[in-house]
Design a protein around this ligand. Structure first.
Ligand SMILES: Cc1cc2nc3c(=O)[nH]c(=O)nc-3n(C[C@H](O)[C@H](O)[C@H](O)COP(=O)(O)OP(=O)(O)OC[C@H]3O[C@@H](n4cnc5c(N)ncnc54)[C@H](O)[C@@H]3O)c2cc1C
Length: 210
């Protein structure tokens, strides 16, 4: 979650040895800003699955005997152990995130007011997760999935706020027209303090470092 970003056509991400495919990567490369329903999405899932699998195998082979000698450490924090003493409930976090991303009047028909209000709540939720401990009886995968949902919702709505036009699946009721000057992808990243930039403004070096 911390730094998965597809950076090239081998489906590599900014994490060495991690490759992304299908919906977990992005569909944008094949269907742009709209849904590719009617075969494109499935084609992308299968194609990128093939490419990423091939790339991962090539990477693994390139490590050879050195594979077991690598010094690796977990970098994940959110949804594991936070700073405070609150008890983290993945189910509550999932429900709270769904309350922001499911309603049509928040996610499908977007306004700056609505997106900002959702972001306020999602940012509070993120802080709550950061300040919570995950009890031993909760499955780590579940708590990491819940934290990932909150992070993704925050990336979505920060990017949505920045795109002040209607394009593809992104419908802004306060900006109902498409703006030819905004014909670029918007990238976002980081966790606590999220950045959002037009793709052209993000240097390759910066992408790799996210
Ligand atoms: C209602 C709907 C209609 C659609 N119609 C079309 C269409 O007509 N044409 C088209 O091309 N596309 C369509 N799509 C999109 C298409 O289904 C997706 O793009 C495609 O399925 C993505 O494949 P994927 O393998 O990347 O992800 P998924 O199909 O979502 O597969 C991910 C799998 O990972 C599993 N998983 C998740 N977390 C974990 C975990 N922690 N451990 C183990 N397993 C886990 C999930 O259970 C799931 O089985 C539609 C999607 C929806 C929702």
């Amino acid at each position: 979650m911390a730094s998965e970003l597809q950076i090239d056509y081998t489906c590599a991400t900014s994490v060495n040895g991690l490759y992304a495919a299908g919906d977990a990567a992005t569909r944008e490369l094949i269907c742009g800003g709209f849904t590719g329903g009617g075969s494109h999405n499935a084609a992308w899932a299968m194609s990128s699955g093939y490419w990423s699998g091939q790339s991962a195998a090539t990477y693994a082979l390139s490590l050879g005997e050195k594979a077991a000698l690598r010094s690796v450490r977990g970098v994940g924090e959110a949804g594991l152990q936070g700073a405070g003493n609150n008890r983290f409930s993945p189910e509550d976090a999932i429900a709270a995130t769904q309350a922001e991303v499911f309603p049509y009047d928040r996610n499908l028909f977007r306004t700056a007011t609505g997106l900002s209000a959702s972001l306020d709540r999602l940012n509070d939720l993120w802080q709550e997760i950061r300040n919570s401990q995950t009890p031993a009886d909760i499955q780590i995968v579940r708590s990491r999935e819940a934290a990932a949902m909150v992070a993704t919702a925050r990336w979505m709505y920060n990017s949505g706020l920045q795109r002040q036009e209607t394009r593809g699946m992104h419908k802004r009721e306060d900006y109902p027209q498409q703006d030819p000057n905004q014909q670029y992808r918007i990238l976002s990243g980081r966790l606590d303090k999220i950045w959002v930039k037009p793709e052209s403004a993000v240097a390759k070096r910066e992408l790799v470092a996210v």
